[in-house]
Write a protein of this length. Sequence first.
Length: 198
Amino acid sequence: MKLPWRRGERASSLDLLVVGLGNPGREYERHRHNAGWMVLDELARRHGASWKGKFSGQLAELRLDGHRVALLKPETYMNDSGRSVAAAARFYKLEPDAILVVHDEGDFDLGRLQARKGGGLSGHNGLRSIAQHLKTPEFMRLRIGVGRPGRGDPRPLADYVLSDFGPEDDAGALISRAADAVEALDAEGLGRAQAQFN
């Protein structure tokens, strides 16, 4: 079954590729910069999907509302994420509008979500790499607000996102809500997900 909000027939065997951005390695696991990976782990847990190594990353395939969805966690490090995404897009014969990239957003207050298609790359090296490899920025994004260093915190933003969520951040609730947004986007389309979560 094709996604009801998608126009036209595609050659792809996949309805949606959801990419979570993060960095491989134990030391990065709970970092704010790995919010995208955390969301994909939550989706895989909810739907009983298992991971396997593919496309220079970890891939899990599952069904959501009868749609074939693949989850991809590139293991190329953030700055080279596009290499993994482009390999998956070629394999599944996907158009950019069938790709959803889930990533942290330091310009947003903690907990704010925004689903959108296209737009700027807001200094995010993972997004820049994906846009270069896909030759367009016109893919969907789910931006997860992780906030900025608070008053009196001297860390630059780059160091802040490369540190763990604090207990006061309630990362579990944030990640769960972002996973809900991915499911809503798959089921009802970008516009409905924006109305519900942006």
